[in-house]
Design a protein around this ligand. Structure first.
Ligand code: HEC
Length: 173
């Protein structure tokens, strides 16, 4: 065999290895990675559930300035969820959000503006109930939300006016 023929064979071998690596998922560095597309369950877990918990905990502490902030965060989270997942099992998500939880969130805002603890507790229980109404309506009655039963988020000061456990019990069931 001449040396030039052997050279061609080596080049062909290298090309075959590169193709195999590409086909096997070894994407070259310059190729864009696929986006992460969160499911509705992901968004509920990431964007909705922690904010519902923080509202409950800060509510016990009557931390009004934070509550005003976080209630707005929760409302906006629902709007973003509906934009990211516009349809769930052929149900219009924006419509489901509006029909189920908009009014309870409005009442929560009113109670926070009025700095009225009793009204806050009632509105928070309504919001919590609305979570479950939507879960039942969309075929997930097993996802049961309740008023937080324990303290969490130890790295965030959500207000310490009331020691845990609080004396007043609120349930959203
Ligand atoms: C507009 C309807 C709707 C509203 C309102 C809603 N949810 Fe959901 N949620 C869903 C649906 C549908 C699922 C199931 C998604 C899936 O897994 O496919 C879900 C799932 C969840 C899950 C399950 C995630 C898991 O892996 O355990 C949690 C937690 C959750 N929601 C929290 C809440 C909380 C808290 C509220 C109220 C503040 C709320 N949701 C309000 C529709 C809603």
């Amino acid at each position: 065999m001449t040396s030039s023929k052997r050279g061609i064979r080596i080049v062909a071998g290298v090309a075959a290895t590169a193709i195999a690596a590409f086909a096997g998922g070894g994407a070259p560095a310059q190729t864009a990675q696929p986006d992460y597309h969160p499911s509705l369950g992901d968004l509920m877990t990431m964007a909705v559930q922690p904010r519902h918990i923080k509202l409950g905990l800060a509510g016990r502490a009557r931390n009004w300035t934070y509550l005003a902030y976080e209630a707005s965060e929760l409302r906006n989270a629902f709007n973003r969820v509906a934009r990211t997942v516009p349809s769930y099992r052929n149900n219009d998500m924006a419509g489901m959000v509006a029909a189920n939880i908009k009014e309870p969130l409005d009442r929560l805002d009113d109670a926070i503006k009025a700095r009225n603890g009793r009204r806050f507790d009632a509105a928070y229980a309504e919001v919590t109930h609305a979570c479950n109404t939507c879960h039942q309506g969309l075929g997930h009655p097993e996802v049961v939300i309740q008023v937080p039963q324990a303290w969490m988020f130890p790295d965030q000061n959500l207000g310490t006016a009331r020691a845990w456990p609080a004396t007043h019990a609120v349930t959203g069931r």
